[in-house]
Structures are given as structure tokens and as C-alpha cells.
Design a protein around this ligand. Structure first.
Ligand code: RB5
Length: 147
């Protein structure tokens, strides 16, 4: 499975650890940066990850900033992205089961790395539950198409 990943400076260390962990598990990772801790603007990285997922270069995206808020707002501006900001294991699973999230947003400053690694693992292995949730996802896509 191919995963697109990107962060700002506040998410850089978390991105590095998540990327190494994914590669160890056999995932292919496309890294959109940033590549050091110099201050950068998070929207630019979130847009690249979102676009990569929508273009189907990868199956899922992971975006990281200090809180996870900035990258989630930004990624959700890309048509076709359903980005979920997740800070615990329950919502990691539900973001896939109920929302069919295709991009995961994480906090590099407030969520411990062990939790972020568990979140990534759950996010990538949990399938969409379909059923009644399809209607809701379709409503979001329809809104996007018409506005
Ligand atoms: C950078 O200082 C910080 O504002 C950013 O990483 C993020 O938390 C924004 O939502």
C-alpha cells in the first residue's frame, strides 16, 4: 500500500518516526516534506498530500502539524479529500468505519508518539463500514460537486 505524508516544522519529528515505522512494515511512503525544523506554512504540505490522494498516487494521506488543526482544515479544501483530525484510538477506527476518511491529520505537539503510531495503524487497517454511511458520504461528495 502507498501512503502520502506531509507535515510542517511542528510535525516534522512525528512524520519522521511514522514514516520509518511504515516503511519497516512494508508500506511505500511518498514524502512531501517538510524536511527539517525550519518554520514553514502548513497549508502547502497538506494541499500536496491531499492532491496526491485524490490523484490516486496513494491510497491514504497523513498530514501533521502542531495541533493537527491547520493541516486538517487545509487538506479538506482539496476536492475529494475527507480528512479526519484524530487524537485517540476510538476515533481513528471510527474515522474509517463511519466517514471513510482518506486523509489522517495528527498533532505532533499534543498527542504522544506512541498514541500517534497506534492511530496510524488502526486508520490503515480499518475498512469503511458501508451501509447507511454511504448515503452520508455521498451527500458530502454531491455538495462538493455542486458548489
Ligand atoms: C505552527 O506553530 C503551528 O501553528 C502549526 O503547526 C499548527 O498547529 C497549526 O494549526
Amino acid at each position: 500500500m502507498i501512503i502520502s505524508i506531509g507535515s510542517d516544522h511542528a510535525g516534522f519529528n512525528t512524520k519522521k518516526i511514522i514514516k520509518e515505522n511504515l516503511e519497516k512494515k512494508g508500506y511505500k511512503v511518498i514524502d512531501f516534506g517538510t524536511f527539517n525544523e525550519d518554520s514553514v506554512n502548513y497549508p502547502l504540505f497538506a494541499f500536496k498530500v491531499g492532491e496526491s490522494v485524490v490523484k490516486k498516487e496513494s491510497e491514504y494521506g497523513i498530514v501533521i502539524c502542531g495541533t493537527g488543526i491547520g493541516v486538517s482544515i487545509s487538506a479538506n479544501k482539496v476536492k475529494g479529500v475527507r480528512c479526519a483530525l484524530v487524537t485517540d484510538e476510538n476515533t481513528a477506527k471510527l474515522s474509517r468505519e463511519h466517514n471513510d476518511a482518506n486523509v489522517l491529520a495528527l498533532s505532533g505537539r499534543f498527542t504522544p508518539i506512541e498514541t500517534n503510531l497506534k492511530i496510524v495503524d488502526l486508520f490503515l487497517k480499518t475498512p469503511f463500514a458501508n451501509g447507511r454511511h454511504c448515503t452520508r458520504i455521498d451527500l458530502i461528495s454531491e455538495y462538493e460537486r455542486n458548489h
